[in-house]
Design a protein around this ligand. Structure first.
Ligand code: ADP
Ligand code: ASP
Ligand code: MG
Length: 434
């Protein structure tokens, strides 16, 4: 039996016809040596565009249908380029988009997150339909599988938590026989289902996680995510100059980097792979022969400085109103609230009567949290901040990174420095009045 590999292709790798053909090429090349399960994201920036459809529907501003139609036409145009004008893929695409159109025909659902998941899923359903037919056209034995028949989550919409036992069972029942029969399994990233067949999603950028769930449940030999970068770099090349590629990274290092915001892999991806010692390759779809980065247990933890920058941070200063200490019972009260609202705490510090936390500022979660504790606590919120994490730091690098920034919170643990920063306010000379 051939080794099973799980591949994940993100939006950038399939953004137009030429990129789609490149992906088909990579799959065809590997299908000769390996059994393949392939996970695919929505085309390019489709998920962002669908978020606008959803927001328009919720606001009832009359634009939702028109925005969705634009997205649908982009998919048709791509399909025409790949398959001509007569092809069964058009009816299938029509069916996928019809699911979202029905939701728009109804009044906006009172649960925004529920409505979001019922519409956003069309991105992955449509892109995977196109890719499946391209692979079939290339003569590859491909089986399109709905990820909602493989992955079960709880019913927290937009951030479903995987129900591992049921998911494992479904993947064994439905995916394994297809692979054993020599098929290439093609499914969607990001989307899943509740036990009651309602669509859920795993959180933005969650397709990497889908691939890791499949790899775990199928005991894959390896997983590869195909990117527009040569591998994991020492910093985001969109933000920093002079970054270099890391050839090997440990699971521990990868989970630390991604938790604090390294956008190259979804942070939840690492755990399932680490638990079964499945190596994760990060490779370039532009240069598929290049070795990329391998993440595994074997990598030696010996790295150059690594910088991670996360935007949209909020810093909350919480203090007791009656000057009582922020002691155990206060802490446990606050942490229960934090867990209930699913706030991601990136940094924290406390004094006798105050407690500061830096969290990802997502939707209205920070406001809801602040409101929920304001009877007992005074809360001050600073928004629009950045979290800079530097691992294996060197003094000269720290000096450069601090330029033009005010540090509001700092923490140094062994080789890691973390700062919550804002830009230095620029002072301007007052205009001279006569
Ligand atoms: P996908 O198409 O799979 O969704 P993303 O755009 O989400 O891909 O992720 C790839 C991008 O991640 C790169 O283009 C790069 O700008 C960014 N990135 C951020 N941090 C890093 C890093 N440390 N190493 C490599 N790429 C990074
Ligand atoms: N399409 C989804 C997103 O853009 C999931 C993913 O690409 O990983 O967030
Ligand atoms: Mg992505």
């Amino acid at each position: 039996m051939k080794h099973l590999r799980v591949f994940k292709f993100g939006g950038a790798s399939i953004r137009d016809a030429a990129h789609m053909r490149n992906v088909a090429h990579i799959i065809a090349h590997h299908a000769t040596q390996s059994s393949l399960a392939v996970v695919v994201s929505a085309l390019g920036k489709t998920t962002n565009a669908l978020e606008e459809v959803i927001a328009s529907h919720a606001q009832r501003n009359g634009r939702a249908f028109e925005l969705l139609e634009r997205i649908k036409q982009q998919h048709y145009a791509l399909a025409r380029e790949l398959f001509g004008t007569q092809h069964p893929v058009f009816d299938l695409l029509n069916d996928r988009f019809a699911e979202a159109e029905w939701v728009l025909e109804d009044e906006p659902h009172p649960n925004y997150d529920y409505m979001y998941d019922q519409i956003i899923c069309v991105g992955e359903l449509a892109s995977s339909t196109i890719l499946a037919h391209l692979l079939i056209q290339e003569g590859l034995p491909t089986e399109w599988v709905d990820a909602r028949d493989l992955i079960i989550t709880d019913n927290i919409f937009r951030e479903g938590w995987v129900q591992w036992d049921e998911t494992h069972q479904l993947i064994q029942q439905r995916a394994k026989p297809l692979l054993a029969a020599g098929k290439i399994l093609l499914t969607q990233g990001f989307i899943a289902s509740t036990r009651d067949n309602e669509t859920t999603t795993l959180g933005r950028e969650g397709s990497d996680y889908t691939a890791a769930i499949l790899a775990y449940c199928l005991d894959a030999h390896s997983m590869t995510i195909w990117k527009d970068v040569p591998g994991i770099l020492t910093g985001d090349p969109r933000i920093f100059d002079n970054v270099t590629k890391l050839d090997e990274v440990s699971y521990r290092e990868a989970i630390e980097m991604t938790y604090y915001g390294a956008k190259v892999i979804h942070p939840k991806t690492i755990k399932p792979l680490q638990n079964k010692s499945i190596p994760l390759y990060v490779k370039s779809f532009v240069d598929p022969q290049a070795p990329g980065t391998v993440i595994s247990a074997d990598a030696e933890d010996n790295y150059p400085p690594i910088v991670v920058l996360e935007r949209n941070q909020a810093l909350l200063h919480i203090s007791t109103r009656d000057f009582s200490f922020v002691a155990e019972h206060h802490m446990s009260y606050l942490f229960n609230k934090i867990a209930a609202m699913r706030l991601q705490v990136n940094m924290m510090q406390n004094t006798a009567i105050s407690f500061s936390i830096c969290v990802n500022d997502i939707d209205d979660r920070v406001d809801r949290f602040a409101q929920s504790i304001q009877e007992q606590f005074k809360v001050k919120v600073d928004r629009g901040l950045e979290l800079i994490t530097v691992r294996y730091y060197q003094p000269e690098l720290l000096k450069n990174l601090r330029q033009g920034k005010v540090v509001l919170l700092e923490e140094r643990i062994r080789k890691t420095v973390q700062w919550v920063v804002k830009d230095v306010p620029v002072m301007k000379r007052k205009s001279q009045s006569a």
